[in-house]
Design a protein. Structure first.
Ligand SMILES: [Zn+2]
Ligand SMILES: [Zn+2]
Length: 350
């Protein structure tokens, strides 16, 4: 089968080549991948960011990718509750089911969790093999074209849950990448006002979002002094840039008693004016990976979407590529031109 692998511990390297398909294993399913998304974290792997160099120690070669949907192709010994042809998605990590986090229903942040596309082979391939404990069968009504987006939608949904009550709130989303874009779509109709803030190069993304949410305010950072002042009064701020200045900026945008949700992963340590949070009595919460119960909740939610809502979420997919063009796909995401870029493994024409 064709697969996208990180093989060498060096920046800007990827290989796309034919390797053996995964064998049947006890309690595992072999899944045929219908679509797999490129995530910001895959870019870090490609560019071999310092943080990722540490994460991947001695784990290469590994197939990348953790956002996908597919169809059950083969069933390993001992598997119950699945059959060949089932449409599925999977949580991109294997939790231990024994630690305090797992036992209290917070299995998304299990400290012993093994990550797909890092600790074991991921989804940028024609097939992958994963344990059934992290696989979810999709209901008939689930629109399959959204399948590869489910993981980023859940990351966004989990962040929105952390913000608590949305009713009557003025909300700022800092960073219109895929997760920021999806957070905005989830907030649509549930808040008093919504502002998305991006850089000059994010303009087309913000226009795309405005086409989906007509009353969202879009502000280009640094565009005007006035623009900045207008945003300094939010009840809830989502930091989704993962940039050095993002944390500090989100604190500056909060009004008294604001809630700041940190979603972006910042590769460096940053300094902030913590007194903004002290004097403003802010609530600061991190949001990372959702537990299984949230996966089930979101699968139900998406299954109940009317067509126009499905289309709204699909609007974040900007490009679809065959696996052969992996490097091009990665560059497109890195340049900011692609918002959500998918691999469609069945499309073998390069
Ligand atoms: Zn991801
Ligand atoms: Zn655990």
């Amino acid at each position: 089968m064709l697969a996208v692998l990180k093989e060498e511990p060096k920046p800007n390297t990827l290989s796309v080549r034919d390797i053996d398909s995964p064998p049947k294993k006890p309690d595992h399913l072999v899944i045929r991948v219908l679509g797999a998304g490129v995530c910001g974290s895959d870019l870090h792997t490609f560019f071999w960011t310092e943080d990722y160099e540490k994460r991947f120690q001695n784990r290469l070669p590994v197939i990348l990718g953790h956002e996908f949907a597919g169809i059950v192709e083969e069933i390993g010994p001992g598997v119950e509750g699945f059959k060949v042809g089932d449409r599925v998605v999977a949580r991109p990590g294997i939790s231990c089911n024994r630690c305090k986090a797992c036992l209290s229903g917070n299995d998304g942040i299990c400290p012993n969790r093994r990550a797909m596309g890092v600790d074991y082979n991921g989804a940028m391939a024609e097939f992958l093999s994963i344990p059934t404990q992290e696989v979810f069968r999709l209901p008939e009504k689930f629109p399959m074209e959204i399948g590869p987006l489910i993981e980023p939608i859940i990351i966004a949904y989990n962040a929105v849950l952390k913000a608590g009550s949305l009713l009557g709130k003025d909300v700022v989303v800092l960073g219109p990448g895929p997760i920021g874009y999806l957070i905005s779509l989830l907030l649509r109709g549930h808040v008093k006002s919504q502002t998305i803030i991006g850089l000059n190069r994010d303009r087309s993304r913000m226009e795309k979002l405005q086409a989906q949410i007509p009353n969202i305010r879009a502000i280009e950072q640094g565009a005007s002094r006035k623009g900045k002042e207008e945003t300094l009064d939010a009840d809830i701020v989502f930091e989704v840039t993962g940039s050095r200045g993002g944390f500090q900026q989100s604190l500056e945008m909060g009004r008294r008693n604001a809630t700041v949700i940190l979603v972006g992963i910042i590769s460096d340590q940053v300094s902030i004016d913590s007194n903004l949070a002290v004097r403003g009595e802010f609530t600061i919460r991190g949001s990372h990976a959702a537990p299984r119960r949230i996966w089930k909740e979101v699968i139900e939610l998406i299954s109940s979407f009317p067509q126009n809502e499905t289309d709204r979420f699909l609007s974040c997919i900007t490009h679809r590529f065959p696996l052969q063009r992996a490097k091009e796909a990665f560059q497109l995401v890195a340049s900011g031109e692609g918002l959500k870029v998918l691999f469609i493994p069945e499309n073998r024409s390069a």
